[in-house]
Design a protein around this ligand. Structure first.
Ligand code: NAG
Ligand code: NAG
Ligand code: NAG
Length: 378
């Protein structure tokens, strides 16, 4: 149980941290740190209801435990931990039902005065990577749950996707688990099993594609838009000479239209900006992808369906204890000005319709992309 909860926590961090990295928006009231704290504290509280266990006593700080004992809401606890603030002149953002404003402040102060707490920084997301080849052996944060596990974190020549060296007769350079020599034929297993298959990074499953096992990198970032695509592409690890080709799925899901700004329509990327940003991304990929790679680009998705399908459903985080709907969590994120999409994840039908129209324009822009011949990929 203990282990399971910890993994959950890391999972939530993994989901929320990219939001911080991807958005350059100025948030209020603590923004992403506040939302991460409130959701995690709420979740731990729910888990302890489900399992009726004191999981909390072992790894939570004293403020959180004390807050639980006093039945303070996660909002109060996260204000006491200083992840959340009430910025002057801004709306006060709460996910859970609040006690009266005066009681709220009182509870925060009480909790805070009883415990002096070192400050945390939720925004440092590291992968543990000793040889600096961008592949690590720990699953957490942006580790091996995102790009596959490094089978030797002390040599940058060994990582998923590396070209084999001397048939990988002795060392497994590409981390697919295949190395050594077949004594019956005198040839290396890697050559016998994998010469005939195409060596290319992919997302196919282990059972289907053992030769490319582990050659997979997920560098997706929630909240990214075409402006940040170059920085994101630079986190891709591929060496022109020493690595095998890669299939890249280049997909902007909607944030050039979507943004967290209250005046969302004024802050959309223009069609021209988007066009040139996408081209920059493609040109950069051409400088790092080994010959024979493929890049698949997709059109922007229509985010309007999300709201229509989800608004009244109970959000996963709000299923136990005090329930809350998707609408509630979208409104909360909008309040903190960290909504991934103020224009689509809103109860304002008019605004959602305008966004959908704008999205069409951006999609037409993508269709203008001339599929010029890039040096290294199709
Ligand atoms: C939860 O645990 C407490 C203390 O161990 C126990 O008294 C209580 O009956 C348990 N509740 C449920 C619903 O199992
Ligand atoms: C596999 O390919 C390498 C290089 O292309 C070649 O030298 C080797 O003989 C091949 N092995 C087999 C078993 O086909
Ligand atoms: C809905 O959005 C439109 C377009 O931004 C705006 O003019 C209108 O005031 C909004 N309606 C409400 C109720 O906020």
């Amino acid at each position: 149980m203990m282990k399971a909860s910890l993994e959950w926590i890391f999972l939530i961090f993994a989901i929320l941290l990219p939001v911080i990295n991807g958005l350059s928006i100025k948030s209020i009231d603590g923004g992403s740190d506040c939302a991460s704290c409130t959701i995690i504290v709420g979740l731990v509280e729910k888990l302890s209801i489900v399992y009726n266990e004191s999981i909390r006593l072992i790894f939570l700080g004293p403020i959180i435990i004390d807050g639980f004992m006093k039945e303070d809401s996660p909002d109060i606890i996260c204000h006491a931990l200083k992840f959340c603030t009430d910025d002057p002149g801004q709306a006060k953002c709460r996910l859970y039902l609040s006690k009266s404003p005066i009681l709220f402040t009182q509870h925060v102060l009480n909790l805070h005065q009883q415990h002096s707490q070192p400050s945390y920084d939720l925004s440092t997301s590291k992968i543990f990577d000793f040889d600096q080849d961008r592949f690590g052996s720990e699953p957490t944060f942006r580790g091996s749950s995102w790009r596959r596990k490094d089978c030797n974190d002390f040599s940058s020549a060994i990582h998923p996707g590396a070209r084999i060296v001397q048939g990988d007769a002795i060392i497994d350079h590409n981390c697919n688990g295949i190395y050594g020599i077949n004594s019956a034929t005198g040839r290396s297993w890697e050559e016998e099993f994998c010469n005939e298959t195409q060596r290319m990074g992919s997302t196919r499953l282990f059972d289907l594609d053992h030769c490319n096992h582990r050659d997979y990198q997920n560098i997706a970032v929630t909240g990214a838009d075409s402006k940040s695509i170059l920085d994101i592409a630079k986190t891709l690890r591929r060496n022109l000479i020493n690595d095998v080709p890669l299939l890249v799925i280049y997909s902007l899901v909607g944030n050039d239209v979507c943004n967290g700004h209250p005046n969302t329509l004024d802050d959309m990327a223009t069609v021209e900006e988007m066009y040139s940003n996408i081209l920059n991304g493609l040109a950069y990929l051409d400088t790092i992808l080994p010959k024979g790679s493929h890049v698949l680009t997709t059109g922007l998705a229509n985010g309007n369906v999300l709201y229509q399908l989800l608004d009244d459903l109970i959000h996963t985080f709000g299923r136990i204890g005090i329930q809350f709907t998707y609408k509630k969590i979208y409104t909360y994120l909008s309040c903190l000005q960290i909504s991934p999409c103020n224009g689509w994840l809103t109860s304002n039908d008019t605004l959602r319709a305008i966004m959908t129209r704008e999205r069409l324009k951006s999609m037409l822009c993508e269709m203008r992309l001339d599929y010029r011949s890039w040096k290294n990929y199709l």
